[in-house]
Design a protein around this ligand. Structure first.
Ligand SMILES: *Cc1c(COP(=O)(O)O)cnc(C)c1O
Length: 392
């Protein structure tokens, strides 16, 4: 147990390096605007890409679900917490993703830890993109499989690692579908081809693609293009475009069965509230059928990219609603974020260790809930913030 002075000095050190993090208290629901400290700020940091987090129909489904099921699930899925509401959501997710079966977890973090841990153990090997989400990296480390990382998006590097002594066990290649801090997508077909050439399984975490990408929002792993032979393990989350909370793993029936038997983050935790499963089923239906939301979202993305390019801002090559502006040092990212807040616009500064050192950034996220005028205001505020903070 460290002495309290150690804790105080560790906190002081974080402050000194501009890495100290603070929560802001929000009053009211997510939306194009949020109330923070008594002020309405235009919200460009939420992952509520389709504007469903506070949709009245999803809210109504949650309330009806609570009236029918109560609040707590009472136990884990394997004891007595697995309700028909969870079961129906799983069946709908299997249809939505075009996979034989899906399994609901309480969070994406839990799904990733559970899936990798159930599949791999000592003697196996996991290879991950360097910029994978923390939960995928943690899942790889905790699995006790041999852990390797390849350079971001560098499939030649992946091939070199795959060729380096496969050994006896299984190999799992793991990647984000859309990278959460950069907004770029993994080159799925080439990645699948490289992995299959080395008899490795592929796991894709499509947290930012579900609901956003593809005609009906099925995400990057379109079942018309990618079978379960190509992508054995598909993970999606509910907390982003679907606007609720929780996650799923989808794949062959046997894979899901193995998860039920062995995924520790599935077994040793209380099932999510059934009402949340009811709400997620409602939002899944809205995400699939209201394609105008995806069109509005993509129109905002195009508007932002054109406007930012006209301002000479350094845009990342991102086709997704995640549009980071990489500014370098943490101090500068914080100063720009503060200057934007003064102008009524909220964009969070993302710093190491969430992103590599020297690549602190403003992570702009767009939503179908935004209007064109909101994006204009963001661009104006960015121009103003850069004038006062200075530099590119
Ligand atoms: C947000 C996110 C997660 C974690 O999902 P939660 O449901 O919020 O725990 C996992 N993977 C990726 C790529 C994410 O962006």
């Amino acid at each position: 147990m460290p002495r309290s002075t150690d804790i105080a000095s560790r906190l002081a050190e974080l402050r000194g390096r501009n890495l100290y993090r603070q929560r802001r208290v929000i009053d009211g629901p997510q939306g194009r605007e949020v109330e923070v400290d008594g002020r309405r700020l235009l919200n460009f940091c939420s992952n509520d890409y389709l504007g469903l987090a506070a949709d009245p129909r999803v809210v109504e489904a949650l309330a009806n679900g609570a009236r029918h099921w109560g609040v707590g699930a009472g136990a884990s899925h394997l004891v007595c917490g697995h309700t028909r509401a969870h079961h129906e959501l799983e069946e709908a997710l299997a249809r939505f993703t075009g996979r034989p079966r899906a399994l609901v977890f309480s969070s994406g973090y839990a799904a990733n830890l559970g899936a990798i841990g159930a599949l791999l153990g000592p003697g196996d090997r996991v290879l991950e993109d360097r910029l994978n989400h923390a939960s995928l990296l943690d899942g790889g480390w905790l699995s006790r499989a041999r852990f390797g990382r390849y350079r971001h998006g560098d499939l030649d590097h992946l091939a070199v690692k795959l060729a380096d002594g496969p050994g006896e066990g299984r190999t799992l290649v793991v990647s984000d579908g859309t990278f959460s801090m950069d907004g770029d997508r993994c080159a799925l077909r080439p990645l699948v081809d490289v992995a299959r050439a080395h008899a490795a399984l592929v796991m894709i975490d499509d947290a930012h693609g579900i609901g956003v990408h593809g005609e009906d929002g099925c995400g990057l792993v379109d079942p018309r293009a990618f079978t379960t032979q190509d992508v054995a393990v598909l993970v999606g989350t509910f907390g982003k475009a679907l606007g609720t909370a929780g996650a799923f793993v989808a794949g062959e029936a046997d894979l899901v069965d193995l998860m039920i038997q062995q995924a520790r983050t599935y077994i040793y935790t209380t099932a999510m509230p059934p009402a949340l499963a009811v709400a997620t089923l409602a939002s899944l239906h809205l995400a699939a059928t209201e394609s105008w939301r995806r069109e509005a979202l993509m129109a905002r993305v195009a508007q932002f990219r054109a406007g930012a390019a006209a301002l000479g801002l350094a845009l990342a090559p991102s086709p997704s609603p995640i549009q980071p502006l990489i500014v370098g040092e943490s101090e500068r990212a914080l100063a720009l974020s503060a200057a934007l807040a003064e102008r009524g616009v909220w964009v969070s500064a993302i710093r190491p260790p969430t992103v590599p050192p020297g690549t602190a950034r403003l992570r702009v996220t767009l939503s179908a809930a935004h209007e064109g005028a909101d994006v204009d205001r963001l661009l104006e505020a960015l121009a103003g913030a850069h004038r006062v903070v200075g530099g590119g």
